[in-house]
Design a protein around this ligand. Structure first.
Ligand code: SF4
Ligand code: SF4
Length: 350
């Protein structure tokens, strides 16, 4: 049985239809047809988006990031975020962007979160390691035991360059070799992230991981810990691309037809709090890019809330959420159903 079909009949005690979902959206209709409402659960991950500046301009980027963007977390905001981390100690602090390492406060936040006992993740685009002035990154990340989550949408160069820009593949391979040299992929966790080149669902995560492992080792001697498959979100640059090619509606249809209710319990918005470069709050990084703030009142900043204030809040959803519930599901931790299989206790063993 493949992992997409194994849990399709699971019940979902924790998921409840969000009053914040636009009435009549396809996502709302699908949730309601499965008697689901989506609410926040206990906080596990604080995902901090340090800004929109990036050294790359990928075609599928949901942040519309690029070298020309100027939005970046100031030292003042970073100090408030750090104080919150020290006070509330979330299990995971997930640093993203843009290229998060381009923010002046990157190292300050890494070290604050590690000293507070948090797992820290760096969503690293790999080419930043090959950028002038950032050669220190592999050794620095290893020293602080930061988990690296790195985009590599294919093990073939032409496919990576088509999506992420000319020359990106070979820079990425060199960066991966440098990460391997300091222990990543062996004693330190190195996750690679795959997303489809076009308007398709990702293939089975486990099968693709096996292909990546064999091809990257054989061709380049590269090792990694696990592969995460992500579904492209129909927002920002990817949505514009689809619209220009007249494929946006067909893609939404594909996502809606692949709706899988077994993914709802594992949606990352239930346990993740997303913070933008100004300190404002969202249920996830995608909602952040769409300007959909947390439900339950006026826009709030991280330092206005404690984790317990968020428990049970309805989650802001819209049709882009269809990307998270299609097929095996999609989250910042890859396919959702495999995660559920790993974390769901086997009740027959009681
Ligand atoms: S997808 Fe990542 S690496 Fe590419 S432009 Fe966006 S933030 Fe930068
Ligand atoms: S885009 Fe995904 S993670 Fe974000 S609110 Fe929608 S379902 Fe949740």
């Amino acid at each position: 049985m493949d992992s997409c079909s194994s849990k399709s009949s699971l019940s979902s005690p924790g998921s409840v239809v969000s009053p914040c979902t636009p009435r009549g959206s396809r996502f709302e209709t699908l949730l309601a047809s499965h008697s689901r409402v989506l609410r926040r659960s206990r906080l596990e991950v604080l995902q901090v988006n340090l800004g929109k500046k990036c050294n790359q301009t990928c075609r599928h980027c949901h942040v519309d990031a690029g070298p020309w963007r100027t939005e970046s977390m100031t030292e003042d905001v970073a100090r408030k975020v750090a104080a919150w981390i020290e006070a509330h100690r979330p299990a995971v602090v997930d640093l993203t962007g843009g290229a998060p390492e381009l923010c002046e406060s990157f190292r300050f936040l890494v070290e604050t979160a590690r000293n507070a006992g948090c797992r820290v993740m760096d969503r690293n685009n790999l080419t930043i390691i090959e950028t002038t002035g950032f050669a220190w990154l592999p050794e620095y990340l290893a020293r602080h035991q930061v988990e690296v989550v790195a985009s590599l949408p294919c093990y073939l160069g032409e496919n990576v360059d088509a999506q992420r820009g000319d020359g990106v593949f070979w820079k990425s391979i060199r960066a991966l070799q440098k990460l391997n040299a300091v222990g990543y992929g062996d004693t330190l966790p190195l996750s690679l992230v795959y997303n489809p080149l076009g308007a398709r669902l990702p293939p089975d995560q486990a099968g693709l991981e096996a292909d990546y492992r064999e091809e990257l080792q054989r061709r380049h001697g590269v090792r990694f810990t696990r592969l995460l498959t992500l579904t492209n979100q129909p927002i920002a640059r990817f949505a514009e691309d689809l619209r220009a090619q007249g494929e946006l509606e067909a893609y939404l249809e594909l996502l809606a037809n692949a709706f899988n209710p077994a993914t709802v319990d594992g949606l990352m918005c239930r346990t993740t709090l997303s913070v933008d470069w100004r300190g404002q709050l969202y249920d996830c990084d995608f909602n952040q890019m769409l300007g959909l703030p947390l439900a339950g009142g006026p826009r709030r900043s991280l330092w206005d809330v404690a984790p317990a204030d968020l428990d049970g809040l309805p989650i802001r959803t819209a049709n882009h959420c269809l990307a998270c519930t299609a097929g095996c599901g999609s989250s910042c931790n890859g396919a959702i159903e495999r995660e559920l299989e790993v974390h769901t206790p086997d009740l027959t063993e009681a």
